[in-house]
Design a protein around this ligand. Structure first.
Ligand code: ZN
Length: 461
């Protein structure tokens, strides 16, 4: 079963619109790392895929961390003396410092000022700020809005609660032929921010929906979780499942107009790193590859040394590097249907490689087999006959039971689907046989072969 071929039957315009519409539905919700905004978000994902949710009580120890008290908010405002709301949470949920403790007071502007956050360089944008682990309250507003505040008394209200409750994790597990897993993880804890959080949520949800009900080689685990504390909590409570993760991707900031960026796993030469690099290298849009660093999204937790999972991070614009990042300008106009649909397609292409990547053995390894008498000079529709023939020769030559199809695709610079088609045809012709999947399951022999190829490549250059 070829995922990508099926996926390409879909209308990308309709799909992009659907993804953007979903982001738009999620946009107004005031999310945080705990609370009803996060629950409501997961419930909306649940309308599309049968997500399981887990509530982890406040105070639960998770490695070096503790699940925090739960935050909920109903309203917040700053009112001027004439009773007008000059800052209003109902208009934009970014106005409140996320996790603000409750406040009900009247105070002069001078006293209020230390609790106001703005971005002077972008005077029309509202910043996004949080204070999860330090008790504090505050308001975020545009710099121009702040400059317009006159001296005088202001009524300040934050109608929030910070109390014992729980942290919510959303999880969707799809069972494949193998217990080995592919992890797709995204954070669901930012309020009205589109690229940073909603783009990943939308793409992951539709990716899961696309995979559901298919005959899959791998089992898939989709996590929709609050950033950092959610990944730490999930890992602390699912150490056995984490051991089954063979490949993983964190999806974030994938709806804007930037080209693709892939941050490699800590291992740097895992199969996922090779698969994403291969797919993006053959993609029309520009792409960049970043080495692992212990900063960013939840790959930091998955790639912590105690786990060292083969999990990379797929993005378009990189967090912190675009000026809209963590501001009100990361809105629904900053993400686009075309880019969302293309990001989803890239994810399917990557999974298509992982699903189809195996090792084969050439059953006629002593000199080239005679292709003509086996009808192997015919085209099958994947490309020109020269390209297809070239792919068949590469597959025959490198199928020594050690090189995977992805290794062959990388070495030959031929796109993976054509290499796989060649392998399928050669199997039908009796020239190739797949190395048993049991050998595939353990990551060590394969990783060894990937490492060998990497070493070989370095020594060539
Ligand atoms: Zn963020």
């Amino acid at each position: 079963m070829v995922l990508l071929q099926d996926f390409l039957q879909k209308d990308p315009v309709a799909l992009g619109d659907e993804l953007h519409r979903f982001a738009r539905e999620l946009y107004p919700i005031c999310r945080s790392i705990t609370g009803d905004g996060l629950r409501k978000t997961l419930a909306m994902i649940q309308e599309r895929i049968p997500l399981q949710t887990t509530e982890v009580p406040t105070g639960t120890r998770v490695f070096d961390w503790t699940v925090p008290r739960e935050w909920n908010i109903r309203d917040a405002f700053i009112k001027s003396a004439d009773g007008k709301r000059v800052v209003d949470f109902q208009k934009c949920n970014l106005h409140v410092l996320n996790y603000s403790t409750p406040v009900q007071a009247t105070m002069p502007l001078g006293e209020l000022r230390p609790h106001l956050f703005t971005i002077p360089e972008k005077p029309d944008w509202i910043p996004y700020r949080t204070s999860y682990y330090k008790e504090d309250w505050g308001f975020c507003l545009s710099h121009n809005q702040m400059l317009s505040l006159k001296d005088g008394e202001y009524e300040v209200c934050i109608d929030s609660t910070v109390q014992d409750g729980s942290l919510t994790l959303g999880e969707y597990y799809l069972s494949g032929r193998s217990a080995d897993e592919v992890l797709i993880s995204c954070h669901a804890c930012h309020p009205s921010l589109a690229n940073d959080n909603l783009s990943g949520l939308a793409v992951a949800t539709y990716l899961a929906q696309f995979l559901a009900g298919r005959d899959l080689r791998y089992s898939y685990r989709f996590l929709f979780i609050p950033g950092t504390i959610g990944a730490i909590t999930w890992l602390a409570q699912n150490q056995a499942a984490a051991k089954r993760i063979r490949h993983g991707l964190v999806l974030t900031c994938i709806g804007d107009k930037g080209g693709f960026r892939y941050k490699k796993s800590r291992r740097g030469n895992a199969e996922i790193d090779h698969a994403v690099t291969h797919v993006l290298t053959h993609h029309a849009e520009s792409s960049e590859f970043l080495e692992f660093s212990p900063y960013g999204y939840d790959e930091r937790q998955y790639c912590s040394p105690g786990f060292n999972l083969p999990v990379g991070c797929l993005m378009r614009s990189v967090w912190g590097s675009f000026s809209e990042y963590h501001t009100s300008a990361d809105n629904l106009e900053f993400i686009h249907p075309t880019q969302l649909a293309e990001s989803l397609r890239i994810c399917v292409e990557i999974l298509d490689v992982l699903e189809g990547n195996r090792r084969y053995r050439n059953l006629n390894p002593h000199c080239e087999p005679q292709m003509g008498k086996r009808g192997l000079y015919r085209p099958t529709g994947g490309g020109t006959i020269e390209e297809e023939l070239n792919a068949r020769l590469w597959v025959l030559n490198l199928s020594d039971g050690d090189h995977s199809l992805l290794d062959i695709a990388e070495r030959s610079h031929i796109a993976f689907p054509m290499i796989r088609d060649a392998a399928d045809l050669l199997c039908e012709s009796g020239l190739l046989s797949a190395v048993s999947e049991e050998n595939d399951a353990g990551s060590s022999p394969h990783e060894a072969s990937v490492a060998n190829v990497a070493v070989a490549r370095r020594s060539r250059s």
